[in-house]
Design a binder for this molecule. Structure first.
Ligand code: PMP
Ligand code: GLN
Length: 421
């Protein structure tokens, strides 16, 4: 074929950090603190729920309602009505998607026109950028910045109210926020969300709030839903993930909760692409939420148990990084930790990466030479700002103790080797 095959929207979005670094980790059989997935099983109750669903008769293997399996939209509506204090209509206000990824995709497709501006807070989960580009939107970036030099906690990273306000223009259609944040672990405080909400209301802008790590907060930090602030329900698109909620990232069940007048446009996109998310996986997530509704706030709740377990692993990873001279930024939430690598000088000795940023080179070197996979933090920034943050790499701690021990051994061996040189 001599004519151009590809559509223009595929240009400039062909690189993907997960595709590249997950393959690299596999090629080098590295201890994997890179991609964010638990290397342990989901809790028994959801595994059993999935098995029961699969054995539950013919209808569990057939199409279900397009916009969400009835039992799941009902359990999501019941659960989140309790959490938000807002009466959520299961049929109007909920859309079940193929992971949070597809929820984001449908949001951009349904709500952003060519030329619309979308404000993205950096660091951001990488897919926001290509998704905005693919609809012809214009990304406008605003970074969270550490208030203090040598910051030790994600709480030190804040948005400048003036800088954020300066990004709103008559073309701004939406802002995307992510709390708890991937990769930083920042959990936005009510005052910070209120500042964003005030700007959204003032400029009549939508807020896409990615809350896939909503149950994972530490040290008394509380996740606050921006949709629950006055005037925000009718303009907020809240996105969640069954994969993150129940440690089952491969199930790819996600959802959007929003006002019916917004959801209806997302349904239009959704019904014309995948039509629905696999039935049995939806049934299992529904049963998971029903159980969590019963146990809400009790020590048996998985939404209490998972953060308690991860709190310990977060501490373990932080001490390990500190002991080898890598300064971690303690996350208030989520399951990632970023660390400053600028104190370690490495001779990469790898011409194949010489044009890449420092963090990309470091991560490739660490994976290939030392067998430990991580993720470069500049992947979560726009090209304009990535350079300022390429002294950080991201470590994932939703891993077995044994995996964290193996990572620790690698780092210790390396740091002892450096001392002996
Ligand atoms: N948003 C954020 C912030 C994420 O880290 C991820 C990755 N899990 C997603 C969305 C996509 O979630 P899912 O796996 O449910 O598609
Ligand atoms: N959300 C996961 C992370 O941040 C991975 C997403 C993916 O692999 N595409 O690690």
């Amino acid at each position: 074929m001599s004519r151009r095959i590809h559509a223009r929207r595929t240009e400039g979005v062909d690189k993907n950090v997960w595709v590249e670094f997950t393959q690299l980790a596999a090629d080098y059989k590295a201890v994997n603190l890179g991609q964010g997935f638990p290397d342990f099983s989901p809790p028994k109750f959801v595994q059993e729920a999935f098995c029961d669903a699969v054995n539950g008769g013919p209808q569990m293997h057939q199409y279900t309602r397009a916009f969400g399996h009835p039992r799941l939209v009902q359990s999501l509506a019941t659960f989140f009505s309790r959490v938000t204090g807002h009466e959520i209509d299961p049929l109007e206000d909920v859309l079940v998607t193929v992971g949070a990824y597809q929820a984001l995709f449908c949001a951009f497709q349904a709500l952003i026109d060519e030329g619309d501006e979308v404000i993205i807070v950096e660091p951001f989960f990488d897919c926001y950028q290509p998704m905005v580009k693919m609809v012809g939107g214009k990304e406008v970036y605003v970074p969270l910045r550490p208030k203090v030099e040598g910051s030790l906690s994600s709480a030190d990273w804040t948005l400048s109210a003036e800088e954020l306000a300066s990004k709103f223009t008559p073309r701004t259609k939406a802002i995307v926020i992510n709390t708890p944040n991937n990769p930083l672990g920042k959990v936005y405080k009510t005052e910070e969300l209120q500042m964003i909400a005030d700007l959204c209301i003032k400029h009549d802008v939508l807020c896409i709030s990615d809350e896939v790590y909503e149950w994972l907060t530490y040290d008394g930090n509380k996740h606050v839903k921006i949709a629950s602030l006055p005037g925000m329900w009718e303009r907020t698109i809240t996105i969640g993930s069954g994969g993150k909620t129940f440690s089952a990232t491969g199930w790819k069940v996600g959802w959007v909760i929003s006002s019916g007048h917004i959801i209806k446009h997302m349904k239009t996109i959704f019904q014309n692409c995948v039509y629905h998310c696999p039935t049995a996986a939806q049934e299992a997530v529904a049963r998971g939420f029903e159980r969590e509704y019963e146990l809400f706030g009790s020590p048996e709740s998985y939404f209490q148990q998972l953060p308690a377990m991860l709190h310990h692993r977060r501490g373990k990873l932080a001490s390990c990084l500190q002991s080898v001279g890598l300064q971690p930024i303690m996350p208030e939430g989520g399951y990632f930790m970023i660390a400053d690598i600028s104190s370690v000088k490495v001779d990469f000795n790898d011409d194949s990466t010489k044009d890449e940023s420092y963090d990309y080179r470091f991560v490739k070197w660490l994976t290939k030479e030392k067998g430990l996979a991580t993720i470069p933090v500049s992947a979560f920034y726009s090209p304009e700002h990535g350079k300022e943050f390429d002294k950080y790499v991201r470590f994932c701690f939703v891993k077995e103790e044994a995996t964290l021990d193996a990572a620790e051994q690698i780092l210790r061996k390396w740091s002892q080797g450096k001392l002996n040189v």
